[in-house]
Design a protein around this ligand. Structure first.
Ligand code: ADP
Length: 484
């Protein structure tokens, strides 16, 4: 029997008012229900926003170092249960246990980092034209914020939104993806046990179209931080503009790696495979286009295809698995459709190219690591985000064409170049249109202390993590203080 979990609203654990629940299913074994969660509705979301708004004045007055201490305790509690949370994450999302452990460790680092931020200066003193005036600008919280997150990083993304939101004095309604509520539950649970006062963080598990919408419409919500699809993000942004509230969007990517003719090809293959196939390609920073200089295309292509075909795909709980299943039946359907689109567009399958079947594969959503050759930049598989273990090889005549091809995208999240030529690496850094640039490392990966986000349609322009989070989760009050 799988355990039934509850939402956390105003410091109380409670089911959905409607009584409706939803199974949390293991994508590696679709007959296994990992947990049962409430399927909250608009009324639950409205109640959570109200509870958060009620808790705001008290939390905003709580000294920042005290808030930081709670985050530090939450980090310690999360670290203590790292193995348990990582297992939950793998069982509900599908990525390998090693990846899940890495992600939970990242969650711990994020809480530690923002506990430290809670001791940093909160404003600046300016010279005033008046001899008696103390003139300063202070950062103050926004109020209640809604954090809407996807399933692909169910620990890291919520952590990098929740930790700064709380450190800077906001109260939170956290709406995780319906597919990964158990990891979210652990976050709420450690924060409660770390001593967070009632109402400061509220967890509402339910459908985006219900809970997400109700939060965007709630008059209590003063900002939205969203990570997910472009379609939903763009719609939310329009609503936020109409309501005059702050928003932050992190959305898709179509991230290129450029392999130049002087590259260490073994290294180029390894970082392409890691970038494209870990988490079954379900990362906004996943590598999906490989732009290779013509003179090394033959050698690179063969090695990449051989490596992709040899990857061990299976249940993420097994220690020798390199790549787990896709997260859901819908995700599998979309990826398989894109593979068909690629074939119809005339690209050639060098590795994979379909569903994995037989034995344990029939129990889950498994798609083979897929490499397309002969991809042209105008093909849909070169332009649209597939969000699966699919990578396309595009040939370039030289450095200039490679960068032009890389920039031929509506997205601009991350990009990588593999080269030994420092001059070309530096030109790449200057010319590439991407928010995150890698030289000789894979397109995925994000450390907590630096800004994260993309150019063009990948994000709304603001950045998450590092000091950038402070800009989003605070507003500035400029004070002219004179003696009576
Ligand atoms: P994906 O499932 O591809 O990650 P989505 O944009 O569908 O991307 O989902 C990201 C998050 O946005 C999830 O928490 C989802 O429930 C939520 N969401 C989906 N639709 C809406 C909506 N109409 N309003 C607000 N949130 C939504």
């Amino acid at each position: 029997m799988s355990r039934t979990y509850l939402n956390y609203i105003g410091g109380e654990w409670q089911g959905a008012r409607s009584g409706v629940t939803n199974p949390d299913v293991n994508p590696a074994r679709k007959d296994e229900v990992v947990a049962v969660f409430p399927s909250a509705g608009r009324d639950d979301a409205a109640q959570a926003a109200e509870a958060a708004a009620r808790a705001f004045p008290g939390w905003a007055r709580t000294p920042m170092p005290k808030r930081g201490e709670i985050l530090l305790r939450a980090a310690a509690l999360l670290e203590q249960r790292l193995d348990e949370v990582a297992e939950a994450l793998t069982r509900e999302e599908g990525k390998t246990l090693a990846e899940s452990k890495g992600e939970v460790a990242r969650g711990v680092s994020l809480f530690r980092y923002y506990a430290g931020e809670a001791l940093q200066p909160t404003g600046e003193i300016y010279p005033s034209a008046s001899p008696t005036t103390v003139l300063y600008a202070e950062r103050v919280p926004l109020g209640t914020v809604a954090l809407i997150t996807p399933w692909n990083f169910p620990m890291a993304i919520p952590a990098w939104k929740i930790a700064p939101a709380l450190a800077f004095g906001n109260t939170v309604v956290f709406k995780p993806a319906e597919l990964t509520p158990l990891t979210a539950w652990h976050l709420a649970d450690v924060l409660e046990k770390a001593g967070l006062p009632p109402g400061v963080l509220n967890l509402v598990v339910g459908k985006g179209s219900q809970v997400g919408q109700a939060l965007v419409e709630s008059p209590h919500v003063k900002a939205i931080s969203f990570t997910g699809s472009n379609a939903v993000g763009t719609k939310l942004a329009t609503q936020c503009v109409e309501r005059g509230i702050k928003f932050q969007l992190e959305m898709g990517g179509k991230n290129p790696v450029i392999v130049l003719q002087d590259a260490d090809l073994d290294k180029a293959v390894e970082l392409t495979i890691a970038g494209a196939m870990l988490s079954a390609g379900q990362k906004c920073t996943a590598t999906s286009r490989v732009i290779v200089e013509r003179s090394v295309m033959g050698a690179f292509r063969d090695r990449l295809a051989a490596r992709a075909s040899a990857l061990k795909v299976g249940d993420g709980m097994k220690p020798d698995t390199y790549m787990g299943p896709l997260v859901s039946a819908d995700a599998e359907k979309t990826v398989l459709e894109y593979i068909e689109v690629g074939r119809k567009e005339g690209a050639r399958v060098l590795a994979g190219g379909g569903k994995l079947t037989g034995g344990d594969y029939d129990r889950g959503f498994y798609v083979a690591p897929t490499v397309f050759d002969g991809v042209r930049p105008d093909m849909r598989i070169a332009q649209e985000e597939i969000f699966g273990p699919v990578v396309g090889l595009i040939e370039a005549q030289g450095f200039d064409e490679a960068v032009a091809l890389a920039n031929q995208s509506r997205f601009g999240l991350s990009a990588s170049v593999v080269t030994r030529d420092l001059g070309l690496a530096m030109r790449f850094i200057r010319e590439i249109e991407a928010g995150i640039v890698h030289v000789n490392s894979q397109t995925a990966g994000a450390e907590p202390q630096v800004p994260f986000g993309g150019f063009k349609h990948s994000s709304s322009g603001s950045r998450e993590q590092g000091k950038a989070a402070r800009d989003f989760f605070t507003q500035i009050k400029t004070v002219y203080l004179d003696p009576p």
